[in-house]
Design a binder for this molecule. Sequence first.
Ligand code: C2E
Length: 353
Amino acid sequence: MSRDLDSILRSPKAYEWARVAIDAMEQNRVWPTALNFELWMHYVASKDSEVATEIGALLKSGAPFTEQAGEAIAGKHLPSAKLSGEILNAGKNLTEELENVSRALESARESSEAYGQQLASASKSLEHDEDAEAVRAMVDNLTVATARVRDENKSLESQLAETNDELGRLKEHLETARREAMTDGLTLLANRKAFDETLDAAVSGTAAGEPLCLAIVDIDHFKTFNDTWGHQTGDQVIRYVAAVMARIAQPGGRFAARYGGEEFAVIFPGEGRDAALGALESAREEISSRTLKRRSTNEDLGAITISIGIAEQLPGETAPALIERADGALYASKRGGRNRTSIAEPGAASRAA
Ligand code: C2E
């Protein structure tokens, strides 16, 4: 956070600015997540900052302020977001560097081993040749020198083995940090960042003629549910739907993520709309037929329902366009009365399944 904004946040007007930021977010249909709040505080209270300039330009262009856009701005300008990306990159570079060193040392060891063997065989071939006394003495000396180098290499090797162990531990830490940065804390599903990366990779990696489906799932009337039963129970319900999504994503290749508050996304690489529809319809039926309990009091919460939108990638379609069509199909399900699945037709209205 810039020093300017930091002092504004601790000034008598801090709460006023916070309210202005929340209002501006609401007007622009931006979720009040911690990250968005930080960005929008910059936008309203620190007009000259780079964050404010970027948000201003984005709004002026008429493009929506999506979570992706927010994360990109934060990654560029907010020190905390920038730092975590940089740490991960630095770790990756360090790992690569150490692997190079390790390879170089290994090849040096192999060369000296081969050299020693060559000397040994030269010495052997000179054993019965008296004229070669002087040469043999020289080779013997070289053999001794090589043995010394080999011993030194051995100690280097054991140091290298220790470094390698340390490197392995470092890699594990980095892998854990990377996994955590890609995981949603409440549901342990992949988070939005992981989803964006996976969908981009799936879209660009799908060969012509190979299908790719995307489903977006939203819990119906979740806000009312939360208001009635409280956030803790609301969180449990999100975890429940997440568990069902994780299960339908079990067959290899499928990928489930928490897309937003009560929204989930499932990617079906290599699968067409029928496979996606089959999996999601069974999830929908399972969810709507289960009576949930309030864990603290054992009261019946009744059943919850989900609405689903599915889109199959069109030839050459980009990830944002595919998301937009899946989202459109989801809203068709909502408009059609909820607790249903709709499939996006290519470029036309969505049809309910
Ligand atoms: P959790 O509470 O950590 O439960 C994990 C798993 O343990 C559940 O997976 C279920 O297999 C089992 N389990 C836990 N408590 C009970 C119970 O009282 N009765 C039975 N029969 N099994 C139980 P599942 O069902 O896939 O649920 C995943 C998560 O969804 C749960 O995590 C919880 O956060 C939420 N959830 C599921 N059902 C309910 C419910 O009826 N009420 C509430 N409040 N949350 C639920």
